[in-house]
Design a protein around this ligand. Structure first.
Ligand SMILES: Cc1cc2nc3c(=O)[nH]c(=O)nc-3n(C[C@H](O)[C@H](O)[C@H](O)COP(=O)(O)O)c2cc1C
Length: 604
């Protein structure tokens, strides 16, 4: 391949460029990796870098520019030396993110989106960073810092923190309180990310029992019988999804692993990437063997720097010791893994947007059918699974599908990593049998409501799920039970709201998120999320009008079901459920132009 602008990168980086491009079937897919690389080198995506990428990959420059403008973490201008991105989505907002941001604004004398005149600090207000259990959280350059307070922020301003110790993946994970921990057994284990440790804990036993010993069709059948459901949000039967991929095809087939983990309230996959990367790799091998796949792409959100480093080291180690690549463990089966980093866009967690992004484009969801099982990555049959989903596979093949199915509730097999955040005593990840009651998760395992307050409401499955009132928590946390209760398990991001929380404000965190993250492709969603956020903000500011609530419900009703992907429904659901269940609170705001909840709280 010709090198168009050899002077742009140093010779060793130029070598990296060539290696990156060689990983992809279509070189255009290297657009985001090369832009990320350029940004690492120069601090931002320079016009020269855009030109280089366009020429090197032989794509029009406009295509490179539209990618740069779509992704929030690709910067067309240089930021300050230290970029402080405070998460202000629900999980962090419930634990004081607004206060932390106000303090940062005051101390730095700038607003979010600005850089101090000396160029030392850039301040940003960003959407969920996937670390709600440490809320409020900020990303400080590549590192995370949790439990933000005036003291922790001062450490950043004095340039003494954070360091790697602060990365929000080491604690406060809680091991399975009852029963046997499966995935979470690795969470508090020393050196659990190393292959040797993994091998000491039955690592790769499932691969040894399966590859070359079981027929791929039987592998799919076993997964069907295990009742393993897709744990990224949709809860579709995993074995069933695999069986849709054509067996005989002249095209290559791909496995795509979804490690985008952007759903607010969700932070489980991060622990697997950091603490149990070989478990995920083993799951990827099993899935690939079942479907006849020899190439897997793992799409990881850009914010997850430390998880990326851990995963990369694990993949390198697995290759070096014969657990990846050609003829894995002498079984004759080959699998290559490419790790692909995103560039900051929640929508890229949606599987078809993720495929577009992997192909080097803006993350705009695709119309279906055709489904990815038939026409997926690079137009080829593709299986897309979430990190947690794949990480349960080794247990199923090591111990048997009956055992796994028996752990959960009917048709919802196994265990589940529940993420609990918001106003509880012990936010964290709890691995419990699928179908554990929501009441038990909050009161028995997560220590109940913080500061002895009363439970008001719970979002059971990430920000997109319909909210439940305190009287609705005697429900099993599995896909079917929550659906029957009018909400969803989604990504199992349980966000707890206590009686000090104003529901108008709580809804405004969600509407801000959706207005920011809509990809803009479908008019009902692009316009609807913007208008909804404007109206909710107006009510919050005491400027609401009597017709506002019905208008909000109308806009939400028009969005639901009228968009290419499920984002539109997800953005509509909180609006409808908050207003229906807490209408009096919204009406009070409109009528009295103030909040009775926060006033009552302030007056003791
Ligand atoms: C707006 C939107 C965002 C999503 N974000 C994620 C995500 O961050 N991670 C994930 O695994 N699945 C996410 N999903 C679900 C994926 O589209 C897809 O169903 C999933 O990756 C399939 O894997 P599974 O069957 O193992 O769950 C999202 C879906 C939608 C509609």
């Amino acid at each position: 391949m010709k090198v168009v602008a050899p002077s742009l990168f140093s010779p060793d980086i130029q070598e990296q460029v060539a290696k990156i491009v060689a990983q992809y079937e279509r070189k255009q897919a290297a657009i985001i990796p090369l832009l990320n690389l350029a940004q690492e080198q120069f601090g931002y995506v320079t016009p020269e870098a855009e030109k280089f990428v366009a020429e090197y990959l032989e794509v029009p420059i406009v295509q490179v520019r539209e990618v740069v403008s779509f992704y929030t973490l690709l910067r067309p201008s240089p930021p300050g030396k230290c970029r402080i991105a405070v998460c202000t989505t629900t999980g962090c907002a419930l634990r004081g993110a607004d206060k932390a941001l106000e303090y940062a604004k005051k101390k730095l004398g700038i607003k979010p989106g600005e850089t101090t005149p000396d160029g030392r600090f850039t301040l940003e207000s960003v959407e969920c960073l996937g670390a709600c259990e440490f809320g409020p959280v900020a990303q400080v350059n590549d590192t995370y810092m949790g439990y933000l307070s005036e003291q922790t922020l001062d450490r950043i301003f004095q340039n003494v923190g954070p360091d790697r110790e602060d990365w929000c993946a080491e604690a406060p994970v809680v091991e399975t309180p009852t029963g046997e921990p499966l995935i979470s057994r690795f969470f508090h284990m020393k050196e659990s990310h190393k292959l040797d440790t993994y091998l000491q804990h039955r690592g790769f036993e499932a691969v040894k029992k399966t590859l070359g010993k079981m027929n791929p069709d039987d592998v799919i059948d076993t997964v069907k019988k295990s009742n393993l459901r897709g744990l990224g949000g949709a809860g579709f039967s995993v074995g069933m999804k695999w069986s849709f991929v054509p067996k005989e095809t002249s095209k290559p087939k791909y496995l795509v692993v979804n490690a985008d983990e952007g759903e607010p309230g969700t932070f489980k996959d991060k622990y697997i990437l950091v603490k149990a990367p070989h478990l995920l790799i083993e799951g990827m091998i099993l899935a690939s063997y079942a479907v006849g796949i020899h190439k897997a792409y793992l799409y990881i959100r850009k914010e997850y720097q430390f998880p990326y480093e851990r995963l990369k080291a694990a993949v390198d180690e697995a290759y070096a010791k014969g657990y990846l690549g050609k003829n894995i463990l002498g079984t004759g089966f080959d699998l290559d893994i490419v790790i692909h980093r995103g560039a900051g866009a929640y929508i890229c967690g949606e599987e078809s947007a993720l495929l577009e992004s992997l192909e080097g484009k803006k993350g705009l969801p695709r119309l279906r059918p055709p489904f990815p099982a038939i026409v997926g990555l690079f137009g080829c049959p593709t299986v897309i699974n979430n990190v947690e989903t794949l990480s349960y596979l080794p247990f199923i093949f090591d111990r048997g599908y009956e055992w796994f199915a028996g752990l959960g509730s009917p048709k919802n097999g196994g265990m589940k990593l529940y993420c609990v955040s918001g106003r509880v005593e012990q936010p964290g990840v709890y691995e419990l049998p699928m179908g554990t009651s929501l009441r038990d998760i909050i009161f028995q395992y997560a220590g109940g409501i913080a500061e002895g307050r009363k439970l008001k409401a719970v979002i059971p499955g990430g920000i997109s799920a319909n909210i439940l009132t305190a009287g609705e928590i005697d429900v099993k946390m599995d896909f079917d039970s929550l659906k029957a209760a009018g909400t969803m398990l989604g990504s199992s991001g349980v966000m707890v709201l206590d009686d000090s929380v104003c529901m108008v404000k709580a809804l405004s965190y969600a509407t801000k998120f959706f207005a920011h993250e809509s990809c803009g492709q479908c008019s009902p969603c692009r316009e609807g999320t913007g208008w909804i956020h404007k109206i909710v903000t107006r009510i919050l500011q005491g400027k609401g009008k009597p017709a506002d609530l019905d208008n909000l419900l109308d806009i939400a009703a028009f969005m639901g079901g009228n968009t290419i992907c499920a984002f539109g429904d997800a953005a509509a659901m909180p609006v409808t459920s908050y207003i229906k269940k807490f209408r009096a609170e919204f009406e009070y705001h409109i009528q009295h132009k103030k909040c009775d909840i926060e006033n009552a709280d302030a007056n003791g």
